[in-house]
Design a protein. Structure first.
Length: 211
């Protein structure tokens, strides 16, 4: 289930032709489109490197996608009530491990990407007083039914920049699903234990699965 959801995230970021202009993070809708174009062009251009070294996909994710993902906010929301009484050093280690885990997860799923067609929903007018917005998109994967997604973005009040922090697919929040999966272990074993587990998962090499 997680790989399916991550593939949807990657598919959003990789739909269009490259746009050379600097990306404006204060405009969430065009930002999402432009990030996709630039990342997809790089993915195509570096296929020979990727085939020789699949771990190069981590570099692409690190440089092209992660600047637009608010992993810190997402990690803190995942921890939720487990933050109470937690050591700051443990929380920071969890955030770092969660970021590495996201990079590795996205990179692994990129080995499965087959250039699905993406259709963005209509751009909605931003309310200046709101710090949360969403971008809706359909993933066209014929002959299967379209997959409807909603990407949640949060605005930094200081900079005015938007970043993705969650995705809702078929009514399921990625953050909520991971929180449910990890909450018991966080309570029983502690934040640091889960962080080390995430580090171990992130360190696994990227592999192309046999078709």
């Amino acid at each position: 289930m997680l790989n399916k959801l991550i593939l949807m995230v990657v598919a959003l970021f990789l739909p269009l032709s490259a746009i050379s202009a600097e990306i404006d993070k204060t405009q969430p809708y065009p930002m999402m489109e432009q990030v996709g174009g630039m990342a997809f062009e790089r993915l195509k251009a570096e296929q020979s490197i990727i085939k020789q070294d699949p771990n190069h996909l981590k570099v692409i994710v690190e440089e092209e996608l992660m600047p637009y993902v608010n992993y810190k906010y997402a990690a803190l929301k995942l921890l939720g009530s487990n933050l109470k009484g937690a050591k700051r050093s443990d929380v920071n280690e969890f955030i770092t491990a969660f970021r590495s885990y996201l990079i590795a997860s996205y990179a692994q799923v990129l080995t499965q990407y087959t250039d699905q067609e993406i259709e963005f929903g209509p751009e909605t007018k931003l309310d200046p007083s709101k710090t949360i917005t969403s971008v809706k998109v359909d993933i066209v994967d014929a002959p299967r039914p379209n997959i409807q997604l909603e990407f949640k973005l949060r605005k930094d009040k200081k900079t005015g920049e938007w970043k993705v922090f969650d995705m809702i697919a078929e009514g399921i929040s990625l953050l909520s699903s991971k929180q449910s999966e990890w909450n018991s272990k966080l309570r029983q074993d502690g934040i640091l234990s889960v962080a080390k587990e995430l580090d171990a998962l992130a360190a696994q090499p990227i592999r192309f699965e046999a078709k």
